[in-house]
Design a protein around this ligand. Structure first.
Ligand code: PLP
Length: 494
């Protein structure tokens, strides 16, 4: 077993090769004909291993991974749900996969139909006028949405409007996007019920004429619906601002309400969270941005349009510019369209209901042992503040690590920042009652262990390939290459 913990460089044996190539037809080709500028002076430092060793190495690494296909993965705010395998097969059809973005538009009409139809469906689902599929991720969508708001104000000569209001429960990308966009954040506090505090909001905007807008997540990052959304939108609009909806996680609302009808002017949707792209480890993603009719001309270029039965691409002079290579992540868009069409108009409505039902089921089953800081029903996710019984100094981190020993992924922990021992659980709409019951039973078991056998939690995890990592060290001293690793080992052993 130890052998499989080695790096592939450590498995290297001098002169071993993992390939055999046929003799070159161009054997009389002289390497000196190549410009010397392009020739390397030293051999590359590559591991020398056989094909079988390579195969075993990477298969064993992949077995250490944990994903939704291994077990329950209730990571709140990230929607790690099951995505149908047939969608993967479809995006692997050569007719989709082998297209080139520079092909003449007349030869790629089918691909543009995919774009166009998805833009239209997203607009209908969310209540907006038009969508752009160009942004590559949620955070990218936020930036694009904010750039549109900024450009709108500038187009009216309102260059001083540069303040964006954000509640303290927001996802960290929200304030970051505001700063990247060259605007400033005004943070407002949540009330005791986890919602926007209307009085704080009124205070924050009163007497100001520099409010560019507000970014709001609804349901918010506590999994709670902002009941006062219409009043909030009215206040912001009255102050001359635009409402931005962080719609990264749209599953809770699907088929029930539309952000466009709540008074939002701009939103992004994370296709990779809500509409069937397996994600994690940084990609792939897509964060389409939707806007009202008033803002549509500012959407990024190129814009995919249709006239009669012909699809075409247009660059609009009012647009904020081009923000991606070509049209964003095409295959992520394709997965989303296939997913939506497979479900159909009727079944899409079930997503929100099941996501909400599952989260409330877990919430109610766990509230006898885990501290529920905010009462009432939740939507697609639920937040606890550690165990009710805080004896033996058991932290949320210990609970999360113990869950790994039971073969389940930990929920999101220490986010949102409103509660010191936050545990944020999103079961998602794709889990069965049996899986939820199993998770609930394990969470109760962990609560008992916390009381009677706390070392089991303090020592956890014991069954994973790596135990607890030193996160501070990992963040401060990043080791990205084998060379860095060797240097680190040498220094450590000195
Ligand atoms: C995931 C998430 C984002 C960021 O999306 P990325 O695709 O990771 O950039 C933003 N807001 C919320 C609420 C999220 O859950």
């Amino acid at each position: 077993m130890i052998r499989y913990n080695k790096l592939i460089f450590e498995l290297s044996t001098e002169d071993r090769v993992g390939y055999s190539l046929p003799n070159s037809k161009f054997s009389d080709y002289n390497i000196n004909d190549l410009k010397t500028d392009y020739l390397r002076t030293e051999e590359p430092d590559l591991p020398e291993v056989s094909e079988l060793e390579v195969l075993r190495h990477f298969t064993n690494i992949s077995n250490k991974n944990f994903g939704v296909e291994n077990g329950f993965y209730p990571l709140g705010s990230c929607t790690m749900k099951y995505n149908p395998k047939i969608n993967e097969e479809i995006v692997n059809f050569n007719n989709f996969k082998r297209l080139h973005p520079l092909q003449p538009v007349s030869t790629t009409q089918g691909a543009f139909k995919v774009y166009y139809d998805l833009q239209k469906i997203l607009a209908e689902i969310s209540g907006f006028h038009e969508f752009s599929l160009n942004p590559y991720a949620g955070a990218h969508g936020e930036l694009i949405g904010l750039m549109i708001i900024k450009k709108y104000h500038e187009s009216r000569g309102d260059f001083h409007k540069n303040k964006i209001i954000i509640p303290d429960s927001a996802h960290g990308t929200n304030p970051a996007s505001v700063v990247v966009c060259g605007m400033e954040v005004i943070e407002i506090e949540s009330n005791k019920r986890g919602r926007v505090d209307i009085d704080s909001l009124k205070e924050a905007i009163s007497g100001r004429d520099d409010i560019a807008g507000m970014m709001l997540t609804n349901p918010n990052t506590l999994g709670i619906f902002e009941e006062n959304i219409c009043e909030i939108a009215k206040l912001i609009h009255k102050a001359g601002g635009k409402m931005y909806n962080d719609g990264a996680n749209l599953n809770a609302l699907l088929g029930k309400v539309r952000p466009g009808d709540m008074g939002f002017d701009v939103m992004h949707i994370n296709l990779h969270k809500t509409f069937s792209t397996p994600h994690g480890g940084g990609g792939p993603g897509s964060g389409p941005v939707g806007v009202t009719e008033e803002l549509a001309k500012f959407l990024p270029n190129p814009q995919v349009k249709k006239m009669d039965d012909y699809y075409y691409v247009e660059n609009n002079g009012d647009a904020i510019g081009q923000i991606s290579a070509f049209y964003g992540n095409y295959l992520v868009s394709l997965r989303a369209l296939v997913y939506l069409l497979t479900l159909g108009k009727e079944n899409i409505k079930l997503i929100g209901r099941y996501a909400t039902l599952n989260a409330n089921y877990v919430r109610n089953a766990l509230k006898s042992t885990y501290e529920l800081p905010i009462q009432g029903n939740c939507m697609h996710e639920t937040v606890f503040n550690g165990l009710i019984n805080k004896e033996n100094d058991i932290k949320t981190l210990d609970i999360a690590k113990r869950l790994l020993d039971y073969g389940m992924h930990a929920p999101t922990i220490y986010f949102p920042l409103l509660f010191p021992q936050a545990i944020m659980i999103e079961p998602t709409e794709t889990e069965s009652l049996q899986t939820l019951d199993e998770f609930i039973e394990i969470m109760h078991k962990i609560a008992i262990e916390a009381k009677e056998n706390p070392d089991k939690l303090k020592d956890a995890p014991t069954k994973t390939p790596i135990r607890r990592t030193d996160e501070v060290f990992a963040a401060k001293q990043m080791i990205f290459s084998y060379k860095d690793y060797l240097e680190y080992i040498e220094k450590r052993d000195e």
